[in-house]
Structure formats: C-alpha cells, structure tokens
Design a protein around this ligand. Structure first.
Ligand code: NOJ
Length: 566
C-alpha cells in the first residue's frame, strides 16, 4: 500500500503521508505549507552531548541519552537539532579536538548509536545537523602524530610549521584563544619547529593550502552526508584560509585572539568548494557557518552570492546587552546588511561558548546597580521576554539546550573548572526530573555528573515544568506553536516601529496576516501609544500569561512581551 505525499511522491509501506519524507517535512505539523527551504522555516535546538542526557549513568551525556529524549524535543516544537561534537577526542577542548572525524567517542556511544539516533530523529520529523571542525584537529589525531614524527613525514605539510627565529620568539604576534596571554604557536621540540594553533596547543591548525587536506576534509563531509545528516555547523569556518606569509595582526587589535580577526579572501573559494560537496546531495543539506567575526558586515560576505554558507551565526546579536536601543540597532543593522544580499539571518542568545543569556542579563543588571532582590524578581521575566524576541525575529533561531527551562549557568568552583576557555558554567547538565540526581548519577558509588547541575535544578527540572502550564518550558512551547502556525512569524517581512523608551516594537508580515511584537526590556509598566495598541489587535501570546487575552492592552507590564494579531 502507498500514499501520496505533498511532494507528489509515493509513501512507502503504507507510511502516513510523508511524515518521514524530507520534502513533506517542510510542512510544519498543524501549520500552513511553506515554500521556503526547510532551514529558513526551522527552529534549531543545539545539543551539547556531554550535558544533555546520560543514558548509561557514567556522568557524561551520550547519544542514547539524546535518543531517549527526542520525543521531548518534538513535544517542545523544535524542527532541527545541531549536535556539538561527539567524535573520538582526547577532550582537551571537550570534543572540538577531534582525533577521528569518522567515529564516535566511546564516551558518547558508537556509530550504531549515531545511526539509531539519526533514524529515530528523522522518523519523528526532526532534521539533524552535526558539528564539523575543519580548522584544526587534536594533536592526537593520526595525521598530526605522523606529521610530528619527522620533518619529512607524509603528513608534515598537513599542518602549519615555521622555523624558529634566533631570538626564540614565535613566528608572528597571533594570540591563541582561551589563554589570551599565549601565542598561537608552540614549539615542537622533537622536530624543532613551531606549529600553529589558533586554539589550545592540543589543537594544531590544519594547512588548507595542502590539497590532500582539502580532499580529506571533504571526505569527512561525505562520510556523514552518506549516513544521512541534514547538514553541518562548521566550526570557525572563516579560519580555513590564511595569508601565505602569516602577517602580524595590527597593533590596534593586539590581544584579540587571531580567530576573531582572520578574514582572508581565499577562504571564500574554499567554502564554495565545501558547499559544492553538500549540493551534490539531494534535499538541501545545510551549511551553517560559525563565522566568528565581530561585525555583521564581515560575516555577511561568507554568504557569498548564495554559494557559500546557507546561514552564518551573527555574533553582534549574541553579545548585545538586553536594552531596547541596542537590540533595535542590531536588528536594523542585520536586516540592512543581509537583506540586500538575499542572505538569511540567524538569531542566537546562548550557546556552549558563552554564559547563558539569563545569567548575562542578570549580571549586567547588577553591574548597572539593580539590587539583588529585584534581579531575582526580574530574572526569569527578562529571559521570557528575550525568548519572545528570539522566536519572532526574521531569520532562523537557534535555541541552546536548557534555555527553555530558564536555566542559569552552573556555579563552578576553581577545583571544578575543566574547560581551558572558562566556559563550564553554560555547560551544566540539564535537570530532567525530580529525582535526587535529576536524571544524573548522584555520587553514590563515586559517579557524579561531569559538571555540577545549574542552580535551581530542584524546581527547574523538565518533568515538573512540563506539568506546570505557567512554566517557562510551556511558554517556549506555546511560542513555538504560534510561530509554526503563523507564516508572518516564520518568513514575513520585519519592520521596526517607533516605540516608547525601553520598548522594542516590530511588525512581522503584511496586511491581514501581520503581527505586532512588543517587548518591554524595562522593569516598569509602559503605557502604549495608540499606534501600538490597535483597537482590534488580539493578544495571541503573552510572555507572563498562560492563555491569550482577547483585548488589546493599553500598557505593557514590566519585562512583558506580547504578540498581537492584527
Ligand atoms: C568554536 C567552538 O564553538 C568552541 O567551543 C571551540 O572551543 C572552538 N571553536 C575551537 O574548536
């Protein structure tokens, strides 16, 4: 028996119309059909595997743990997952130091566990993209082990080597990430040359001028594309091209890690070649670039003419403080820079490299003089308002695991610190239930979670929040449902409107289908001008209420966000 899907293809084995079909999955369940490419319509959810869910009870999250919770993510209403690295790795940078790109680290499972996870995610209608780390490998990767075995080894030129100077200084003034006092170079004593590492010394940079490196890294892409992944988040993709003579960074930017400065024309042709590999596969496999440059202008160039990345992370937005003025400027600049190129924005508030936004906004408020009691009162309300903005902007939002629970950063004592970049706080394990360990080992038998759980785990666990209609988890779910049901919120145009101080006002879409989004970034009620309180506006969503109210409000509550249907 077969059934006809929206794609016009025939379902196999009597499967329900194409829930499993890549083409039909462009149709959000319960929402209108969209003609946009799937990745423009999707909401992504970033999973940091070590901290998501622990199926085997060893204190470190794993692939089976992710698979066990796929249904929770479907319930939440996200469309696609981005998995941070799960490859074989000595974990000097917790997986971003890859020692085998085509295998799963035993701490996370094995290839069979990955295949099972991917198959189940696809069966549930979730796309899956994975991290690909092209700029560097682990120093324990067989390529580097061979490269460092002698100056004439087969893989020597796969990495970047320079002769030592007589005065013993590094070959240039580049600064490594993580330890900003350290050069991006280390001496390899056995072969008496410096090797380049934009990150930790245990992460030597690959030499993309060497054709064999390009071929090998393309093969890695094919390995995972053949297994069925829907695309890649490409780690610091802008760093795979470097000026051949590796010139010093200008004195004006001394002290900034070179990975935030490297912006070299040859990288673009390399990305076009990577894109061709993806385009050789059916179903629009997506390339999301981590272009870690600090201006949207610079980031925008990596979209090419539609032939480089499909999407790039936009760091000025992630680093914007929670004020209406700053966000207004960031939104205006992002739209003005990307729209003329036909480039599609991304929006991110939190990820595995930065303090969670709830933590960041609280700390900033305290620095501005907010007292502790006020911060405690406003903290979640601010996070709710920020989520409303994130999910109503024009572009593809990326959620970071745990923000839907309203998590703060874990508190890490100096003895507990593990990460060379000081990023442990945002990586605290997710609390799943009300049990003593919240789904993680409790210390009995000596096994503990690899990092402490975040504060408030005792009332922020997912199981409890799921039962509570007023929880932030259910608020995210309502927001995602609304986004899915309203084309204006997914792909409609965005217009920034005049608004009172401290308020962001946006219109999405046009005419009868449009919505008005009002975000109060202040801790005071704000009276709305008539233009922002349309008589026939219907409140479709309120960040602080469970059900929509019928009447258009004349004021916004403190830290409140509203979506009005017009
Ligand atoms: C960016 C990743 O997001 C970060 O976690 C990692 O440490 C560096 N790239 C190096 O791979």
């Amino acid at each position: 028996m077969s059934s006809l899907g929206l794609c016009g293809l025939t379902g196999q084995n009597g499967a329900a119309p194409h829930l499993r079909c890549r083409y039909c999955r462009a149709m959000p369940a319960g929402g209108p059909v969209s003609s946009a490419p799937w990745w423009r319509d999707a909401v992504f959810y970033q999973i940091y595997p070590r901290s998501f869910a622990d199926a085997n009870g060893d204190g470190v999250g794993d692939l089976d743990g992710i698979r066990a919770h796929l249904a929770d993510l479907v319930w939440l209403g996200v469309d696609a997952l981005w998995l941070s690295p799960f490859y074989r790795s000595p974990m000097a940078d917790f997986g971003y130091d890859v020692s085998d790109h085509c295998d799963v680290d035993p701490i996370f499972g094995d290839l069979a566990a990955f295949d099972a996870l991917l198959a189940e995610a696809h069966a549930l209608g979730l796309r899956v993209i994975i991290d690909w780390v092209p700029n560097h490998t682990s120093d324990q990767h067989p390529w580097f082990l061979d490269a460092s075995s002698s100056r004439t080894s087969q893989h020597r030129d796969w990495y970047v080597w320079r002769e030592p100077d007589e005065d013993g200084t590094p070959p240039n003034n580049w600064v490594a990430a993580f330890d900003l006092t350290a050069p991006a170079w280390s001496v390899h004593p056995a072969t008496d040359q410096w090797y380049l590492h934009l990150f930790d010394p245990a992460q030597p940079d690959l030499n993309w001028d060497e054709p064999a490196v390009v071929a090998a890294m393309h093969d890695v892409l094919r390995f995972w594309l053949d297994r069925g992944v829907d695309g890649f988040r490409a780690d610091v993709l802008h760093t795979i091209g470097k000026f051949p003579d590796l010139p010093d960074d200008p004195p004006a930017v001394a002290g900034i890690p070179h990975c935030a400065l490297n912006d070299v024309p040859v990288t673009h042709e390399r990305i076009r070649a990577i894109r061709s590999v993806l385009d050789g596969y059916p179903d629009e496999r997506v390339l999301v670039g981590e272009i870690y440059l600090m201006t949207t202008d610079a980031i925008a160039t990596y979209y090419g003419t539609g032939d480089e990345v499909h999407m790039a992370f936009n760091f000025p937005a992630l680093y914007a403080p929670w004020t209406a003025d700053r966000w207004r400027a960031v939104i205006a600049e992002t739209m003005a820079t990307l729209e003329p190129r036909g480039a599609w924005p991304t929006w991110v508030l939190s990820n595995h490299d930065n303090p969670r936004h709830r933590t960041r906004y609280d700390l900033a408020a305290r620095r501005r003089g907010e007292d502790a009691a006020t911060t405690t009162r406003r903290s979640e309300a601010r996070a709710r308002a920020a989520a409303t903005l994130l999910l109503t902007l024009r572009g593809t939002p990326f959620l970071y695991q745990g923000e839907e629970l309203g998590l703060l950063d874990a508190e890490i004592s100096p003895e507990q610190a593990l990460d060379p970049g000081g990023r442990d706080g945002c990586r605290g394990p997710l609390p799943w239930d009300g049990s003593v360990g919240h789904g993680w080992p409790t210390g009995v038998g000596g096994t503990e979670p690899w990092l402490p759980l975040p504060p408030e785990a005792e009332f922020r666990d997912r199981a409890a929040q799921r039962e509570d209609p007023g929880s932030i988890l259910n608020m995210y779910r309502r927001l995602l449902q609304l986004r899915r049901s309203l084309p204006a919120l997914r792909t409609g145009d965005l217009e920034l409107l005049d608004a009172p101080d401290g308020v962001l006002a946006l219109r999405r879409g046009a005419g009868a289908d449009s919505c008005l989004i009002l975000i109060n970034t202040t801790g005071e009620d704000v009276e709305l001008p008539a233009a922002l309180s349309p008589i026939d506006g219907r409140v479709l969503f309120a960040s602080d209420q469970v059900g929509p109210t019928a009447i258009a409000p004349v004021s916004l509550g403190a830290d409140q966000a509203l979506i009005l249907g017009l």
